[in-house]
Design a protein around this ligand. Structure first.
Ligand code: AMP
Ligand code: MN
Ligand code: ZN
Length: 896
């Protein structure tokens, strides 16, 4: 069916689809134009129109059904209604399961267990949608002439062109004009902005420590940890001792500061922030200036940034937004900051000014200036992570939209609703690293903040009106916004269990070997992503990782075959992956898993003597003769799940598959005894060496899992473990809680005593910090004199924060830099590019990715419309967890 749907596109691009022949259906309608596309429909449009009509009717009908709750219960009391529902429901399920089976998806929809059944079925539908959409993606790629299997070997650091379709983002409603399917300028030969950063990115598996080192608008001074450069700058890798010892010494040094290190630096101020009456009472909305009549300054020098900060300091409100990039970086990078006042728009090049942005804390934490954001959840975290910026006095229009219960909460909707502006969100996922910034992108970025202050005015008024002039609702928005500004950025931390979380979401049952492979690949991916400073999705997308784990290819080539397109780093390091897969293959299977394999006819039936039951193994089910089905039979039983005849053996299969993923395996393996080591193969040894290098520097912070230490010994002060446990904070959560509470009590007492003393200190410290700011200003002035653009931050103020990368990582980082062809590198000049590509679908695209080719028009890239989709083409996974881009994306995206 999808093959057929694609054929008109194929005919547009006949020359570009050299292997469309492999999809026989493509040729049918292409060759014989007058032949009916499919019985009853003269062409695809006809078919699509009909299909859309049917879907629309079905949607209408379903929304016309009695609502759940009272209404439905009432109707259901009539036997006729009940019967009708059941018949229709069964028909629908049957129809769905047939579609799923057609696509070789699991289709166990028959489970009638009310709650879990529904959840499970929903997941099945999501999974199947993934599979189907992925197929569509691959076919579309092929139709576009991209033959994924013939990619040249690519150097690390370059990405193949991405083509993602998002039909739901077409402009206008209903009309399916292909020319309006948008595409994005391909991020082509963009120099990694990370290379320019004065302060190297810290991807180490250690918690994030605030970058702040000067605290304007403080009511409580910044803890000494942040202001004492010495402590901040003593980094473990600077010590000339083995890495583990260096970590230990560092740990000892910073121990007394641990508490301060993880506090929100403006917690105290935010707790005491009250909304003045002037912000809770009615004011006249102030119309925005037409965007064409508003000046927009592009800020890329410290001088201009300081001037902007001064300007903002005098204002009572301004609007802020950020643009971010997460694909080619482990933690993500903030690329732009947009600021709008009532009079002017500003766009700050935060790649250029990354280390200087902190000066804006003066305006951003000024409690008498309202900062208006829309959907600030991620912005607050990005500001902390990249610049050490905090926001005091935030108004989030997304929260206002929720409190007002508007139909939709996206900025797009607010713009239409309040300003009658039809915004064009096509650039939202653009590659914001592009420099110089194309005009179109700059305009888009401006429009994200330009209207926001007016929207803020209107929403405030409306919140008051809704509540008959009472400030309750408005106060609620202020409170919620404050909650958001109290958010703390947390680095993605790799733990021994991280992989299980991702694996669980996949809803696939893995046997021991598959799960081992998944665990090893997951650790490999995390490590490499941190080291190379790439997103995990770039290193190895989750769906590919699942595929490799499922298939456990015997040959490296098999691993490549699981990936389409092959990620550059996978191609480069396929041998490492191969060893990991081999290690997984050598894991013994559980008894029940062997039974499963037997039934599938994949293994000779042979009784194993050793029974390997793990502590969580519930597999003590007797082997049943009736389970020995042929592969075909089993397929039908697993696939034809709506049929009611297979209840018995079906539950058997269910029982079996339920226990498959139960084995508990530690990610960081403890050293094995020599005896065991002797009995392993060379491949296993190599693989083990790789996995042993996955040391977990964050272990000390983890709640003890019981794997490493005796729990009881930890609480016995006479033991060594107690000592170590105390020193390394290997405490249980409860104990940590207890300690924290007792500490808190003590602190309360202390605080009361010192209150007066403190106030005095604060004044002092603030004076000091003001002096500091002045220095920065002078510096800016000086820099401005010397050279309008280049500026250096005093090295001692580099704002070093965390234990940086380990030595090994450092070396790897060096490799990376030398590997990157910096000298011969010619960034693509986007200012010269024909931005019509954003809407032009006909421009030809070469299927071969050549990083050195510059003369061609920019590569196109259709926009990823799916919120979670930051993966490569072909992955339109609804359930794709953008691992670390997930970092930025770990949380749910607020609706924009
Ligand atoms: P916005 O606030 O809408 O301008 O979005 C800010 C940044 O968030 C963008 O530059 C993107 O990097 C990221 N972003 C926004 N929406 C999405 C989405 N739906 N999926 C992934 N990333 C998004
Ligand atoms: Mn935003
Ligand atoms: Zn934005």
């Amino acid at each position: 069916m999808y093959g057929k749907l694609l054929s008109p596109m194929d005919s547009l691009k006949q020359n570009e689809a050299p292997n469309s022949g492999s999809h026989g259906t493509n040729l049918d309608s292409q060759g014989v134009e007058d032949k009916q596309f499919c019985p009853g429909y003269k062409d695809v449009d006809d078919f699509v129109k009909y299909g859309l009509g049917s879907v629309l009717l079905a949607t209408k009908a379903s929304s016309g059904l009695p609502q759940t709750g009272d209404e439905f219960d009432f109707y259901r009391s009539f036997p006729g209604f009940q019967e009708f529902c059941e018949v229709q429901g069964d028909q629908l399920l049957l129809c769905m399961s047939q579609i799923m089976q057609h696509h070789n998806c699991r289709s166990r929809m028959r489970d009638r267990d009310k709650l879990t059944g529904l959840e499970e079925r929903f997941d099945l539908v999501v999974d199947s949608n993934d599979v189907i959409l992925e197929k569509v993606g691959i076919l579309l790629d092929e139709a576009d002439g991209l033959n994924r299997s013939q990619q040249p070997v690519m150097p690390a650091g370059f990405q193949p062109p991405k083509i993602v379709v998002s039909s739901w983002n077409r402009k206008g409603s209903g009309s399916v004009r292909r020319s309006e399917t948008f595409k994005l300028l391909q991020a082509k030969n963009i120099q990694r902005p990370q290379l320019k950063f004065k302060e190297k990115v810290d991807n180490s598996n250690t918690p994030f420590i605030p970058k702040i080192f000067i605290k304007p608008n403080a009511l409580k001074p910044l803890p000494s940890y942040f202001t004492t450069k010495q402590i901040r700058q003593e980094r473990p890798e600077d010590l000339d001792v083995p890495a583990a010892l260096a970590d230990f010494i560092h740990q000892q040094r910073i121990q007394e500061h641990v508490e301060d290190m993880f506090l929100h630096p403006y917690q105290f101020e935010l707790d005491r922030l009250t909304v003045p009456d002037s912000l809770l009472s009615k004011t006249e909305p102030k119309m925005y200036k037409p965007i064409e009549e508003t000046s927009c300054s592009f800020i890329e020098t410290l001088e201009d940034l300081v001037a902007l900060n001064e300007k903002l300091n005098d204002l009572s409100e301004f609007a802020v937004d950020l643009e971010h990039h997460s694909y080619r970086s482990f933690l993500g990078v903030t690329c732009l900051m947009q600021i709008s006042t009532r009079e002017q728009d500003f766009i700050i090049d935060t790649l250029e000014l990354r280390s200087e942005m902190y000066i804006l804390n003066e305006a951003f934490t000024n409690p008498s200036a309202v900062k208006v954001f829309h959907g600030a959840d991620s912005d607050i975290e990005w500001l902390q992570r990249d610049f050490g910026l905090y926001v005091v006095n935030l108004f989030d229009t997304h929260q206002a939209s929720r409190v007002l219960n508007l139909a939709r909460h996206s900025l797009e909707h607010l713009l239409r609703h309040y300003c009658g502006v039809d915004s064009d969100k096509r650039y939202q996922l653009a590659d914001w690293r592009i420099r110089p910034l194309p005009d179109e992108m700059a305009l888009y970025a401006r429009s994200d903040t330009h209207y926001l202050l007016y929207i803020y005015d209107l929403m405030k008024a409306q919140l008051l009106d809704f509540n008959h002039g009472q400030p309750g609702l408005l106060q609620c928005v202020w409170n919620r916004s404050k909650e958001i500004s109290l958010k703390k950025y947390g680095k993605p931390i790799f733990t021994e269990e991280s992989y299980l979380e991702v694996q669980r979401k996949q809803k696939r049952s893995f046997n021991t070997q598959q799960l081992t492979a998944f665990r090893l690949l997951f650790a490999w991916r995390d490590k490499l992503a941190r080291q190379e400073d790439e997103s995990t999705g770039y290193v190895l997308p989750t769906h590919m990782m699942i595929k490799i784990s499922e298939e456990l290819p015997k040959e490296p080539q098999g691993i490549i075959a699981c990936c389409n397109p092959v990620p550059p780093l996978v191609r480069q390091k396929v041998n490492e992956l191969h060893l990991l897969v081999q290690e997984a293959r050598e894991m013994p299977l559980l008894k029940a898993e062997i039974a499963m394999q037997k039934t599938k006819g994949l293994m000779p039936i042979k009784k194993t003597e050793v029974t390997l039951f793990g502590p969580h193994d519930t597999s003590r089910v007797p082997e049943r003769p009736e389970l020995h089905l042929s592969a075909d039979e089993l397929l039908i039983k697993q696939g034809g799940l709506f049929s009611e005849d297979d209840q018995k053996s079906d539950t058997d299969v269910q029982q079996l598959s339920g226990l498959v993923a139960c084995a508990k395996i530690a990610l960081f393996e403890e050293p094995q005894t020599k005896e065991i080591q002797k009995s392993v193969s060379v491949a296993q040894m190599k693989a083990r060496r790789i996995s042993e290098s996955f040391e977990n520097p964050f272990r000390m912070y983890l709640p003890s899992s019981g794997v490493h230490i005796n729990e009881n010994a930890k609480f016995d002060p006479s033991t060594k473990i107690f000592e170590i446990s105390k020193r390394w904070k290997l405490l249980t959560m409860e104990q940590q809680q207890r300690e924290l509470e007792s500490k808190k009590d003590k602190q309360e007492a202390k605080r009361a005593k010192k209150a007066a003393e403190e106030r005095h200190k604060v004044k002092e410290s603030y004076k000091e910090s003001l002096q500091n700011v002045a220095t920065i200003r002078q510096q800016a002035a000086e820099c401005g004199k010397a050279d309008g653009k280049k500026h250096k931050r005093v090295p001692s103020e580099a704002g070093a924060s965390t234990p940086k990368m380990s030595k090994k990582q450092k070396i790897a980082g060096k490799n990376l830099e030398t590997e990157t062809p910096q000298e011969s590198f010619k960034p693509f000049d986007y200012s010269q590019s024909d931005l019509k590509v954003f809407s032009d679908t006909k421009s030809k695209d070469n299927s071969q990715f050549d990083p050195n080719r510059q003369s061609q028009g920019p590569k196109k890239k259709k926009m990823a419309g799916s919120k979670k989709n930051n993966s490569v083409a072909g992955n339109k996974s609804m359930s794709y967890l953008a691992g670390s881009s997930n970092r930025g994306l770990r949380h749910n995206w607020p609706k924009r």
